[in-house]
Design a protein around this ligand. Structure first.
Ligand code: X5A
Ligand code: ZN
Length: 685
């Protein structure tokens, strides 16, 4: 797997600017770019990236998406005086031209293409292009919404031409609908386009009926256009994560892209004067972390909107930190999507049911908006998290007060979430004979011999523990755990002769060290009772055997058999395990690959890599000796060098999907991130 993160940037793209008064366009300012770059310098992130020079996109490249006539129009603006520039601008909706606009727009295209080349050639694993003007609104024959050339649409076409790609995923997390991208690929099944956007029942710009959830693509492209309309402002961290888990990611895994492009607009972040949403900067770390698991890590982000300078630049920094493999800060705020978000999720899933195997057993027809009806009756319920963090009033207020308030909030907030990065990422305790399988960057635990650790162990089954070899490996495992808890390392791995025993001892040690909440995901047969201690531990057991006990809030069994034929464990991870985990918000995660686990390297690796979103990425993985063939890939996953592959999709097993649905219904009042159907949640609210 390639390594490194590309950063494509050139100050020259700040020369494009508005020369006259225009209350609509005056937010698209040069400082958007310079403040991002300055903040990246401030956090020492630029030096950790592979910086790449920009180039101009060629006319042929631009004409992959735009007409020659339109290209000529833009070209002519180079030599225009102000009056003429104004006149040309007025031919389009929400656009301004400057004498350098043509040059900058060509650089923006070229920057995106250079990034694609870096990632597709293996020069870097992933990367981001910081560009202006943005692109996703522009169309074959038209500039639109501050956008001149459609950087990301051109990048997708270019990647398909040059590298023969069959499947490209475009994720548009800008708060506006990238209708330009939708039009370009509406009939094209080789590009899956996802966009969420402020919609408010078509009241919000660009106010198009084709921005709604029922625009699923046309002709051969049916099912390959995913629109998630936001019908209320104030959407925040939990709403965004819920849409990723219940809509985008299951379809994206099923689509199996060879490259992921992101129309990375940050006007969906807190404090933005256009979006009025409330997602905090670390939310973009989590979104990025999810997307890094697709397409063998080939991920290219291209800047679109984002008009609150501080919110924009902090969010860009969090995105790039995540691309670099840094631990993720925990998401702030209560983890429960608001009713309006659940309705949107429900409606999109219903609209896409005919086109995707993983939605085949949805019992859903689209719903009329109940939250809107109650809203019209004067109910103001939105439970979005970031808004509550800030103040209940912020959403919906477009003034400088909001800007200042968000500035102050972020000043403090970033101090809280910017964790120091431990010097060593991964430490392992394995048998010396196995150590040749480990990636070079992991540290090997040589063992600690403290009274504390000994006393933790001595409380357990004396006979077993007395055995010299077992005792020693338990001590090593505890030493690894200790380093994770004390934040000397981010994650760790230990091989164990009796995984159940190791797991129980590890949880005991967490309790001794007063770790408040531990999530334990145990794959395989567990032959030892684990003390769950009133919510201090949440246990999810994934086993091929029928569970003996009935599920409770903190003790959940998933009866799952993964084999080469079914190969769709990702639906269990996305549709159940992660929603529960995000709702619980643990302080530490323990993943066990126990005896007879059926998940294999891809399943365990997917679990481990996505669980990095929890508990500040602090994860201990325990591998049963008999499963030691997993060692190499799991160690690689922990250092960030392996992505799971779910290539061919045999038909989804109805019983699996049915079981996940039942589990969600059973537990969604306890773990609210499980909610993805409005029928159920409305009935229960
Ligand atoms: C790229 C972008 C927004 C245009 C808003 C016009 N454009 N009212 O965020
Ligand atoms: Zn936007």
């Amino acid at each position: 797997m390639a390594s490194g993160t590309a950063l494509v940037y050139d100050e020259e793209m700040t020369s494009h600017k508005l020369l006259w008064d225009d209350p609509i366009c005056n937010i698209e300012v040069p400082e958007r770019l310079s403040s991002c770059f300055e903040q990246l310098l401030h956090y020492n992130l630029v030096e950790r990236c592979i910086t790449l020079p920009v180039r101009e996109g060629t006319e042929d490249e631009i004409m992959l998406v735009h007409s020659l006539d339109y290209l000529e129009v833009v070209k002519r603006t180079q030599v225009m005086m102000e009056e003429e520039l104004k006149k040309t601008s007025a031919d389009y909706d929400s656009v301004y031209f400057h004498p350098t606009t043509y040059r900058c727009a060509k650089l923006a295209v070229g920057a995106a293409l250079e990034l694609v080349d870096a990632v597709m050639s293996g020069k870097t694993r992933n990367g981001m292009a910081l560009v202006r003007p943005p692109g996703h609104h522009s169309q074959r024959n038209a500039a639109n919404g501050f956008c001149i050339f459609n950087n990301v649409a051109i990048a997708a076409k270019y990647a398909q031409r040059k590298y023969g790609l069959q499947r490209v995923l475009i994720v548009d997390w800008d708060v506006h609908h990238g209708q330009g991208i939708q039009y370009q690929f509406d009939e094209d099944p080789s590009v899956l386009y996802f966009s969420w956007h402020r919609f408010e029942h078509q009241q919000f710009w660009p106010s198009l009926s084709e921005s709604n959830y029922d625009a699923v693509g046309q002709g051969k492209g049916r099912g390959f256009n995913i629109n998630v309309p936001w019908n209320k402002v104030g959407m925040g961290n939990s709403d965004y994560i819920a849409v990723f888990l219940h809509v985008l990611l299951p379809l994206a895994f099923e689509f199996d892209p060879e490259l992921v492009l992101v129309s990375a607009g940050y006007d969906s972040g807190i404090g933005d004067p256009e979006g009025h949403m409330s997602a905090t900067p670390e939310c973009f770390s989590h979104l990025t972390n999810f997307l890094m698991r697709l397409a063998k890590g080939k991920l290219c982000l291209v800047l679109e909107g984002g008009y609150h300078l501080r919110s924009l630049s902090e969010s860009v920094c969090m995105t790039i930190k995540t691309l670099l493999g840094d631990p993720l800060p925990c998401l702030s705020g209560a983890m429960a999507p608001c009713l309006s978000a659940v309705e949107s999720i429900h409606n999109v899933r219903a609209a896409h049911k005919p086109y995707w195997k993983c939605l085949k057993y949805e019992d859903s027809s689209p719903l009329q908006d109940l939250s809107t009806r109650s809203n019209q009756m004067g109910d103001t319920e939105t439970t979005s998290t970031g808004t509550q963090l800030l103040s209940p009033q912020v959403a919906g207020k477009a003034n400088s007060e909001e800007v200042v308030r968000t500035d102050r909030f972020l000043e403090l907030h970033m101090k809280n979430i910017m964790l120091p990065r431990p010097p060593v990422k991964t430490v392992v305790a394995v048998d010396e004979n196995d150590s040749h399988m480990l990636p070079a960057s992991v540290q090997t635990e040589k063992g600690m011999d403290t009274k504390e650790l000994k006393s933790t162990i001595s409380g357990f089954d004396a006979e077993l523990v007395k055995e010299e070899k077992i005792f020693k490996s338990l001590m090593n495992m505890l030493a690894v755990l200790d380093k994770i808890i004390k934040k000397e390392v981010t994650n760790g791995l230990a091989v164990s002769s009796i995984a159940s025993l190791s797991c129980a001892i590890a949880l005991k040690h967490c309790n001794n060290l007063k770790v408040p909440k531990v999530l334990c995901v145990f794959a395989g047969d567990r032959d030892m009772k684990i003390d769950l201690d009133d919510g201090k531990v949440l246990l999810i057991n994934i086993s091929t055997k029928q569970p003996e006990e009935t599920n409770t809030k903190y003790n959940i069994s998933l009866n799952w058999k993964e084999d080469v034929e079914t190969n769709n464990f990702f639906s269990a991870v996305l549709g159940f395990i992660l929603p529960v985990a995000y709702s619980y918000q643990p302080d530490l995660t323990v993943v066990v690959a126990g005896p007879n686990q059926s998940l294999g390297k891809n399943g365990i690796s997917l679990l481990v890599s996505l669980l990095q979103g929890l508990a500040q990425s602090q994860i201990l993985v325990l591998i049963q000796e008999t499963e030691v063939t997993l060692l190499q890939d799991i160690a690689k996953t922990l250092v960030g060098d392996f992505t799971p592959y779910f290539g061919t999709h045999a038909p989804v097993l109805r019983q699996n999907i049915q079981m996940l649905k039942e589990l969600r219904q059973q537990l969604q009042q306890e773990w609210k991130m499980l909610q993805c159907s409005a029928k159920v949640s409305i009935a229960e609210r």
